[in-house]
Design a protein around this ligand. Structure first.
Ligand code: NDP
Length: 326
């Protein structure tokens, strides 16, 4: 393995490649700050940017890309850009992609993911992203547990990759095994290349990960340090390994994925942190196993959005994973 995470590239099941380290672009502060985060990351060697219509940051990523292209720092074809279609756009994913392309200032994206496999009641512009009734409950266009409209979205994404030049590859996000088993017989031609899920040593989900890896679908790990507050960097084993290898705790958290063939998507509003977390410590197999053990018995999930895991843990995750929420 190379000594820099920015030098690692994985092969997708359609023959294309994806850089292992991608910059996350959710903004917890001012979305305009993402412009400098992207410029800093690309100058430091990142070649993969992970975004989504839902994040509201694509316009600022577009500004960053324009500057990077105009200054000749990087060429479009050297970057891998992922966007996502939000569930309130389930009926018209092409419109969502068009909006993302316009904001990003691009002719194509490298990867489009179905953000969550549910259908929220949005209008033709995906508004509102989180529709609520008068009692404050989310409004779905079909039953989030048993509905199949999410399959229509995936099939429309297949049409995009098959019949347009706007999208190079398609994938999924927040899919459990039962959800994928429901989709599988309906895939026309284009298998997802990636399933993007929450993943860190406190949430190992071995069964889910092995299932998708056996399907030839790469796992992309979001919230690699457990999202806001970064609980994962405070784990004693992560701190011990950081000291042993002379790297940051973030680099240990990222290496946990990259060394095991998973994409990782860290996010930071701290430009110094973005620049400095690109080392790839060569953890041993025993150390990777030890990291896995942290969450094996008592898994902890940090992203518990209502449209996903908050609405029926068992059906969503499959029985074998329900202990995640005990
Ligand atoms: P991360 O796990 O990357 O956590 C980021 C947070 O941790 C920031 O608040 C950051 O603060 C803080 N942090 C990082 N390192 C440290 C440290 N050493 N000490 C203290 N604080 C630290 O979280 P995200 O949940 O944002 O996930 C990353 C990306 O994954 C997203 O940006 C998005 O692209 C993607 N994602 C996808 C989802 C999906 O549904 N497909 C859902 C969620 C995320 P600071 O800013 O100060 O560095």
């Amino acid at each position: 393995m190379p000594s820099l995470a920015t030098d690692v590239v994985f092969k997708l099941n359609n023959g294309k490649t994806i850089p292992a380290l991608g910059l996350g672009t959710v903004s917890a502060t001012d979305p305009r700050d993402v412009k400098d985060q992207v410029i800093t990351a690309v100058k430091a060697g990142y070649r993969h940017i992970d975004t989504a219509w839902y994040y509201g940051t694509e316009k600022y990523i577009g500004e960053a890309l324009k500057e990077l292209f105009d200054e000749g720092i990087v060429k479009r074809e050297e970057l891998f850009i992922t966007t996502k279609v939000w569930p309130s756009f389930w009926h018209s994913p092409e419109k969502s992609v068009d909006q993302s392309l316009q904001d990003l200032g691009l002719d194509y994206v490298d990867l489009v993911l179905q953000h969550w496999p549910v259908a929220l009641h949005g209008d033709e512009n995906g508004q509102p992203p989180a529709p609520k009734d008068k009692d404050g409950n989310l409004i779905y266009d079909d039953d989030p547990a048993t509905g199949t409209k999410f399959i229509e979205t995936y099939n429309k994404l297949e049409d995009l990759v098959e019949h347009t030049t706007k999208v190079k590859s398609i994938g999924i996000s927040n899919y459990s095994i039962p959800k994928y088993r429901t989709l599988l017989p309906h895939i026309k031609k284009h298998k997802p290349v990636v399933n993007q899920i929450e993943y860190h040593p406190q949430l190992p989900q071995q069964e889910l990960v092995e299932y998708f890896q056996n399907q030839g679908i790469l796992i992309a790990a979001y919230s690699p340090v457990g999202s806001d507050g970064a609980p994962v960097v405070k784990l004693p084993l992560i701190q011990k390994l950081a000291e042993k290898y002379g790297v940051s705790t973030n680099e240990i958290a990222d290496a946990y994925h990259i060394l095991q063939g998973r994409i990782v998507l860290p996010r930071s509003s701290n430009l110094q942190r973005i620049k400095s977390i690109i080392g790839l410590p060569q953890l041993t197999k025993e150390e990777l196993d030890e990291l896995y053990q942290i969450g094996a018995q008592n898994p902890k999930r940090y992203i518990t959005d209502e449209w996903g895991y908050g609405i029926g843990f068992k059906w969503w995750t499959g029985d074998t994973l329900s202990k995640v929420f005990d």
